[in-house]
Ligand binder design. Sequence first.
Ligand code: SF4
Length: 224
Amino acid sequence: MSMTSPLPKPNCTLCPRLAMHRENHRIIYPDYFNAPVPCFGDPNAKLLIVGQAPGWNGANRTGRPFTGDKSGELLYGALREAGFATGNYGGHKDDGVELKDCMVTNAVRCAPNKDEKHTDAHELESSEIIQCRQFLKARIEEQKNNGLKAIIALGLSAYSSVLMAQGLPENNESMKKLSNTKKEFGGIVLYASYHPSPRTRQWMSQKQFIDQFATIKKDLLIAE
Ligand code: SF4
């Protein structure tokens, strides 16, 4: 039986609405990446970080997950503090950041349409989340073969997508209840976190965000 590749084609059309936006944006914003955003990091990582979707003005512009907007400052800063990254985040994919023992991806690889009010908004249709789940599932399976031990989902939609990619029921809990919790399935520990966007800072401080990665680092060392 053939397996789905964890890399969608650059012109993937499985989500017609997102593909149409992408084609339009390639004309209007030719300097933007405007394609399914690839994963970034260590192919033999023990930790997989799963976000929701590329920010229209962030990863969709730069071509690297969580890069080019405020979310990346917090995420890559926290990863460096916790020992999962080296280099200074500079908001572009050639800033020299290197990930150590972790990989970053998104549950949905293409950006939703540009939204004038919320340029990093993730307004996706459920059919798009379902379509792209095959690539998340393939990524998780490939990482499992390479020593994956933990996943952290950033945001509710990412959390549900990880569960469903593993054949588990959709999550019904709020992030308020889930944040800072972990659950285990098939030898993998799944951590839940708020998304690192500025809009969620009222529920999770920068220090709490950094601390959760330090905790994961410790858990992984204990499990070795
Ligand atoms: S979101 Fe995923 S499935 Fe949909 S078009 Fe993009 S790469 Fe393909």
